[in-house]
Write a protein that binds this ligand. Structure first.
Ligand SMILES: Cc1cc2nc3c(=O)[nH]c(=O)nc-3n(C[C@H](O)[C@H](O)[C@H](O)COP(=O)(O)OP(=O)(O)OC[C@H]3O[C@@H](n4cnc5c(N)ncnc54)[C@H](O)[C@@H]3O)c2cc1C
Length: 407
């Protein structure tokens, strides 16, 4: 006799009100205090009501649901991990579970969130002056202004640290930026774009906040994407783009500083991949319960159970690792290798997991209406962005052996 999934995967005693997710067998979310669980409960309800019903349609149309932005801003999850007047920073564990919950419903929405709240706001929090933080962050917390992060270039992906070609030339109180950027999420509509460029005077990499109305800035949507279709990625062209010195991130002095932002967000992509796996797993379990073949639910077949167990094992191992990364980040102790291994390991397990889910669904695994196809495709983007599997492997390999093997 079948029992509801939530009962079969019962979590330990829960101090709060957040029901355990089917993919969270060991009840990691229930480690959070009750008030943090309430934040996730509100977010989960909102996602279920407003995002889940339109996620496939938006994905198919490759359109971003702009109408949801003001409501997302009001949920209080943007920039939750940063201090702001009257509200201390939330724990790293809570902010990480926010990413997971978003991704579990819509990995594109989680990516929009990660670019804005992680990469763009994180650059300003970590590398902006006090005045710059006060000027830009309040509107970004409320999502009145949306951010983007422009590092990757047409010729500079994995080797962008050394190969950055966009130039910055100082002229009095202004800088002139010239170059091109590629793959920049949110950039077709972002109000503030953090652009990374090489200072022609000393070759150092600096960060600039460029506003969308700047006449030297243009962003064109990239077409034909088969993953994260709801995310609007852009090709950016900077032609004599004039930026006041006041809009140069005052504490970004070299690529090492850019790396501080990437280290923060790389752990976030690992969390994003856990959410993507969870979404695919839940859809596969539901399908295995509903679909009958040979006169029985396919969930009663050993080979289908084998796939579901492999999926749950991948999710659980990844979750254990990411929870520890969040704890290390909270303590300011997370190394590059620890963040890189989490990104490499979790996105690799995600790729396996979404493929198992697609297998459970048979032919329906490639139809959007069953959700798994969306998670399956979106996983491919997570696997590559913020450092490919190879690059993260090389970061960990260097930490193990002391030998850099990048070239
Ligand atoms: C959906 C999506 C969203 C993105 N959003 C943003 C964004 O908002 N902002 C931004 O700045 N960037 C963004 N990116 C860019 C992303 O970070 C890059 O795609 C990523 O860094 C890899 O670069 P690349 O695609 O140019 O691949 P390449 O660097 O050209 O790599 C191609 C292949 O070669 C391998 N390779 C490269 N060097 C080595 C080596 N030394 N040893 C072994 N193998 C190697 C890579 O692992 C990969 O398999 C996004 C990308 C995607 C797909």
């Amino acid at each position: 006799m079948s029992t509801p999934t939530a009962q079969r995967t019962a979590a330990p005693e829960n101090p709060g009100n957040l029901p355990p997710l089917p993919g969270d067998l060991y009840g990691y979310e229930q480690m959070l205090p009750a008030e943090d669980q309430d934040v996730l409960l509100r977010l989960r309800g909102w996602l279920q009501e407003h995002v889940a019903p339109i996620a496939n349609e938006q994905w198919a149309k490759a359109e971003f649901p702009h109408h949801l932005v003001p409501e997302l801003g009001k949920l209080g999850v943007i920039g939750l991990g940063y201090d702001r007047p009257g509200r201390p920073a939330a724990s790293r564990l809570l902010t990480s579970f926010v990413t997971m919950e978003l991704s579990r419903v819509d990995t594109s929405m989680a990516t929009f969130f990660g670019v804005h709240s992680g990469l763009a706001m994180g650059s300003i929090v970590l590398l902006g002056s006090d005045e710059q933080r006060e000027r830009w962050l309040p509107d970004m917390f409320a999502l009145r202004k949306i951010g983007a992060f422009a590092l990757t270039e047409p010729n500079g992906g994995s080797d962008v640290a050394g190969g950055l070609e966009t130039t910055a030339r100082r002229e009095g109180d202004e800088w002139v930026l010239d170059g091109a950027k590629r793959w920049i999420g949110n950039a077709t509509f972002a109000d503030l774009v953090v652009v990374w460029a090489r200072d022609v005077a000393d070759e150092s990499v600096k960060g600039f906040v460029v506003t969308k109305d700047n006449p030297g800035f243009s962003a064109t949507k990239m077409e034909g994407k088969l993953a994260l279709r709801t995310v609007q990625n852009a090709d950016i062209v900077l032609t004599g783009c004039r930026v006041p010195e006041a809009d140069r991130l005052q504490r970004a002095n070299s690529f090492k500083d850019t790396g501080k932002v990437l280290q923060l967000t790389r752990g976030g992509v690992a969390w994003n991949s856990v959410g993507c796996m969870m979404g695919a797993y839940e859809a596969a379990v539901a399908y295995a319960e509903a679909r009958e073949q040979f006169g029985r639910p396919i969930g009663s077949f050993q080979l289908i159970q084998d796939l579901l167990v492999k999926m749950l094992g991948n999710i659980t191992a990844s979750l254990g690792m990411t929870v520890r990364v969040a704890e290390l980040q909270e303590a300011g102790l997370c190394s590059d290798a620890q963040a890189a291994l989490a990104k490499e390991y979790c996105t690799s397990r995600m790729r396996e997991t979404v493929a198992y889910a697609r297998e459970v669904l048979g032919g329906n695994g490639i139809l959007l209406e069953y959700d798994v196809a969306r998670f399956f495709n979106d996983a491919e983007a997570l696997y590559s962005y913020e450092g490919t599997r190879e690059i993260n492997t090389l970061i960990v390999g260097r930490a193990i052996t002391g030998h850099g093997a990048f070239v």
